[in-house]
Design a protein around this ligand. Structure first.
Ligand SMILES: Nc1ncnc2c1ncn2[C@@H]1O[C@H](COP(=O)(O)OP(=O)(O)OP(=O)(O)O)[C@@H](O)[C@H]1O
Ligand SMILES: Cc1ncc(CO)c(N)n1
Ligand SMILES: [Mg+2]
Length: 559
C-alpha cells in the first residue's frame, strides 16, 4: 500500500476526540489528528443558510434524498428515524417508492426526475439543510437533477450512500446509474459510503472481500473525487469483528467494532450514512461524526437484536429504542427479579427518631443484606428530598444495589436513580416509561389482579402488593392478607414483592411453599428502620428469608 502507514492504536492513547474517550472499543489507527470540518466545508459555503435561520435555537437539519422502503427498515424511513434519534430535523425527497419487506424488494416505482427536483427546491428554498444525504438514486436523470440543484443550493456537506443493491441482494439502481454516479455526483461528495458489493461495482467489478481490498478500493474510489471514502465492512465474511475503512486522501483509518449477533441488519448502511449526516449537521468534524454515528449504530444493533418484526432473513432496527423497549424483557433492562428478595423502604420519621440520615439508613440496610432500596419521602421539601436521594444513591451505587425513588419522578430523573415506584394514584406507568426510557426500573403498587394485569401491560417491571398484614407506616391502607397477595401474583407474570407489616415473625409465612412462582421477596419498613441497629435488624430478616427461600422452590406454576 502506498501512502500513509497504518499506526496501531491502543486505548491508553486515544486521541482527544471526546467520542473516542467514551468508545474505547471503537479502535482506530490514526496517523494524525483529523483536519477539522471547516477546511472540508469551506468549499461548500452556504451563506444563505445562516440568513434563513430566525429561531434562536439552532436545529440541525438533514435533507435525505432516497427511496421509500415500505417495510420502514431502510431508505427514507431509516433516515428519518436515525435523525430523530440523534436530535436532528430530517426533511425528505423521495426518489422511488419500493414495495419492500424483510424478505426483499417486491417492486419499485421510480419518481420522475423533475419531481425529485421539485421536492428538493421545496425543501431548500424554505427549510434549508445543513447536510444532504443521498440513498437510492434509481436513474441517471435523477442524479443529474440532484447535481444541478446542489450547485444552485450548496450545503455544508454531501453524504452519498451509493445504494445499488438492497440488503436482500435485489438491485436498486441499474448499471447506467453507476457511470453518472461516478462522474457527476461523487466529485461533489464530502463522504461516500459504499458497502463491499458497491465498492466493487464502483472500481469496475474487482473483488472486495477483505480489509486489504477495502483499502485499495477506498483509495481508488477517492480518486473519483469524493473527499472521504468509508468502505463499510458489514458484508465481510467470518464471525470476527466488524471493520470499516475510512480514507481521506492522506490516511487510512480502520474503524473496528464487535459484531452484534443479530439478524436485524436491514438498513444498517442507510442508518449509518444518515447518522453521519446528522452528526455533521451538528457541526462535528468528519471523523468524530463517523465515530459517533458508528456508536449509535452499534448501540441500536445491540438494542434491536431481540426484535421480531417480519418473517424475512433480515429484520429492521429499532432506531428509536430509547423510546420503546420492543423485544426487550425486564431482565434485559438490567432489572433482575431476584433483586426483590429483601426490599428496604426508608422512612424519614423513623430515621429522624433514631438520629440517622437516610444515607446512613441505606448503608445499614445494604450491609445487613437488603437487595434493593426505595427512598420514600412523603413530607420532605423537594430540595431536601433530592439531597437525601443523591447521598443515598452514592451509597447504593458503591455496593451495586439498585435504588428507586417512591412516587417522585422529578427526583428520580434529577438524581438518575435506577427507577421509580408508583402508586395507583401516581403518574401512569406508560408516561413514566416514556420519561425514564427502557433502562430504568418501574414498580407499581397493586391490590387486585386487575391492577396487576394493567401494570404488566403498561410496561412495569415489578409489582409491590399489600398490605399483607396491618401496617402503621401507611395511613388508610387496606389489608389484603396472604390470599389477596396470591391473587395479585396470579394477575400477571411479572415479579411481585409483598409489603405491609412484614417482619421476622411473618416473613417466612409470606415466602413459604407453595408460593406463586413470581413472588420474589418482601418489602420492609419498620422492621428495618424503626430499630436502633439497622444492620442487625436487616440481617435478622435476611436470615429468615435465606432459610425459607433457599429451602423452598417455586411450586405453583403461573396460570
Ligand atoms: N452484525 C453487525 N454487527 C455490528 N456492526 C454491523 C453489523 N452489520 C453491519 N454492521 C455495520 O453496519 C454498517 C453498515 O454495514 P453494511 O455493509 O451492512 O451496509 P449496507 O449493506 O449498505 O446496509 P443496508 O444496505 O442494509 O443499508 C457498517 O458500519 C458495519 O460495520
Ligand atoms: C428504499 C431503499 N433504500 C436503500 C436500501 C438499502 O438497503 C433499501 N433496502 N431500500
Ligand atoms: Mg446499503
Amino acid at each position: 500500500m502506498q501512502g500513509a502507514n497504518l499506526v496501531g492504536f491502543n486505548t491508553n492513547f486515544l486521541p482527544t476526540f471526546p467520542i473516542l474517550k467514551t468508545t474505547p472499543h471503537l479502535f482506530c489507527h490514526l496517523k494524525q489528528a483529523y483536519p477539522t470540518a471547516s477546511s472540508t466545508f469551506a468549499s461548500m459555503g452556504n451563506d444563505e443558510f445562516t440568513t434563513t435561520t430566525t429561531t434562536t435555537v439552532r436545529v440541525p437539519r438533514v435533507l435525505t434524498v432516497a427511496g421509500s422502503d415500505s417495510g420502514a427498515g431502510a431508505g427514507i424511513q431509516a433516515d428519518m428515524k436515525a435523525c430523530a434519534a440523534l436530535g436532528v430535523y430530517c426533511t425528505t425527497v423521495i426518489t422511488a417508492v419500493t414495495a419492500q419487506n424483510t424478505a426483499g424488494v417486491q417492486g419499485i416505482h421510480t419518481v420522475p426526475a423533475d419531481f425529485v427536483e421539485k421536492q428538493m427546491l421545496s425543501v431548500l428554498t424554505d427549510i434549508g439543510a445543513d447536510v444532504v444525504k443521498t440513498g437510492m438514486l434509481p436513474t441517471v436523470d435523477i442524479i443529474r437533477s440532484i447535481c444541478d440543484v446542489l450547485k444552485t443550493y450548496p450545503v455544508k456537506a454531501l453524504v452519498v450512500d451509493p445504494v445499488l443493491v438492497a440488503t436482500s441482494g435485489d438491485e436498486l439502481a441499474g448499471p447506467a446509474v453507476l457511470d453518472v454516479l461516478r462522474e457527476e455526483l461523487l466529485p461533489m461528495a464530502d463522504l461516500v459510503t459504499p458497502n463491499l458489493p458497491e465498492a466493487s461495482a464502483l472500481i469496475g467489478g474487482e473483488n472486495v472481500v477483505n480489509i486489504s481490498d477495502m483499502r485499495e478500493a477506498a483509495q481508488a474510489i477517492h480518486a473519483l473525487g469524493p473527499r472521504n471514502v468509508l468502505v463499510k465492512g458489514g458484508h465481510l465474511p467470518g464471525t470476527g469483528g466488524m471493520v470499516d475503512v475510512l480514507y481521506d486522501g492522506v490516511d487510512w483509518h480502520e474503524l473496528s467494532g464487535s459484531r452484534v449477533e443479530t439478524h436485524n441488519t436491514h438498513g444498517t448502511g442507510c442508518t449509518l450514512a444518515s447518522a453521519i449526516a446528522a452528526e455533521l449537521a451538528k457541526g462535528h468534524p468528519m471523523l468524530p461524526a463517523i465515530l459517533a454515528a458508528k456508536q449509535y449504530l452499534a448501540d441500536t444493533l445491540q438494542q434491536s437484536a431481540g426484535l421480531n418484526i417480519g418473517r424475512g432473513a433480515q429484520g429492521p432496527l429499532n432506531h428509536l429504542y430509547k423510546l420503546s423497549n420492543w423485544g426487550k424483557t425486564s431482565t434485559e433492562r438490567q432489572f433482575k427479579p431476584e433483586a426483590l428478595l429483601l426490599y428496604a423502604v426508608t422512612d424519614a420519621a423513623m430515621n429522624k427518631r433514631w438520629g440517622r440520615s437516610t444515607a446512613d439508613a441505606v448503608r445499614g440496610a445494604i450491609e445487613g443484606g437488603a437487595t434493593i432500596i426505595q427512598i420514600r419521602e412523603k413530607e420532605a421539601e423537594t430540595g431536601e428530598f433530592l439531597r437525601e436521594a443523591e447521598a443515598s444513591l452514592k451509597v447504593a451505587r458503591h455496593y451495586g444495589i439498585p435504588l428507586l425513588i417512591n412516587d417522585r419522578i422529578d427526583i428520580a430523573m434529577a438524581c438518575d436513580a435506577d427507577g421509580i415506584h408508583l402508586g395507583q394514584s401516581d403518574l401512569p406507568v406508560a408516561q413514566a416509561r416514556a420519561l425514564l426510557g427502557p433502562e430504568k426500573i418501574i414498580g407499581v403498587s397493586c391490590k387486585t389482579p386487575e391492577q396487576a394485569e394493567k401494570a404488566w401491560k403498561d410496561g412495569a417491571d415489578y409489582i409491590g402488593s399489600g398490605g399483607v398484614y396491618p401496617t402503621t407506616t401507611k395511613k388508610d391502607n387496606k389489608t389484603i392478607g396472604l390470599d389477596g397477595l396470591r391473587e395479585v401474583c396470579y394477575g400477571s407474570p411479572i415479579p411481585v414483592v409483598a409489603i405491609g407489616g412484614i417482619s421476622t415473625s411473618n416473613a417466612g409465612q409470606v415466602m413459604q411453599e407453595p408460593r406463586p412462582q413470581n413472588l420474589k421477596g418482601v418489602a420492609v419498613v419498620s422492621a428495618l428502620f424503626n430499630q436502633a441497629d439497622v444492620v442487625a435488624s436487616t440481617q435478622a430478616l435476611r436470615s429468615v428469608l435465606a432459610r425459607t427461600v433457599k429451602k423452598s422452590s417455586p411450586v405453583v406454576p403461573l396460570l
